[in-house]
Write a protein that binds this ligand. Structure first.
Ligand code: ABT
Ligand code: MG
Length: 155
């Protein structure tokens, strides 16, 4: 298979505190599930500042970084790992552009957001960041190995 096209590709998806407080958890999970992706890890937690800071380490030093870290650690998030063909790219497509005002209707941010600092959901942007983020948020034992019977009707 081509690089990145494996049915086993995994991505880190996180519903941020604004998405949890607005009651969007089920809607978001439904989109990934209905597409045919497999949920292999999920948990609810209030991230520490340390964890939030590590998650957004690539933005350290930027003016919006302190506010971003405070926001992410301000409430409960739903951290998930989803698996399936090109799930990293498709996840980003589902999520929409960083600024919800520029996100297309039909995307999660396009349907539900207005502000770049309250953009509801995170998704890994590359194979490399997916690997790093999954390792940051989950222990290997928290990721389930199982087969979905219905997958033969998806692939
Ligand atoms: P994430 O999925 O949260 O990483 O967002 P995305 O990858 O779409 O966009 P990036 B560039 O990684 O933004 C990270 C968070 O920083 C916020 N942000 C970004 C600002 O508040 N102001 C800015 O000028 C930029 C570029 C938006 C993202 N999340 N939140 N919340
Ligand atoms: Mg990002």
């Amino acid at each position: 298979a081509l690089a990145g096209s494996s049915p086993q590709e995994r991505t880190f998806i996180m519903i941020k505190p604004d998405g949890v407080h607005r009651g969007l958890v089920a809607d978001i999970i439904k989109r990934f599930e209905a597409k045919g992706y497999k949920l292999v890890g999920i948990k609810v937690l209030v991230p520490s500042k340390d964890l939030a800071g590590k998650h957004y380490a690539e933005h350290e030093g930027k003016p919006f970084y302190p506010g971003l870290v405070n926001f992410l650690s301000s409430g409960a998030v739903v951290a998930m790992v989803w698996e399936g063909k090109e799930v990293i790219k498709t996840g980003r497509t589902f999520i929409g552009a960083t600024n919800p005002l520029a996100s297309a209707p039909g995307t999660i941010r396009g349907d539900y957001g207005i502000d770049v600092g309250r953009n509801i959901i995170h998704g890994s942007d590359s194979v490399d960041s997916a690997q790093k983020e999954i390792a940051l948020w989950f222990k290997p034992a928290e990721l389930a190995e199982y087969e979905l019977i219905s997958k033969k009707w998806v692939y």
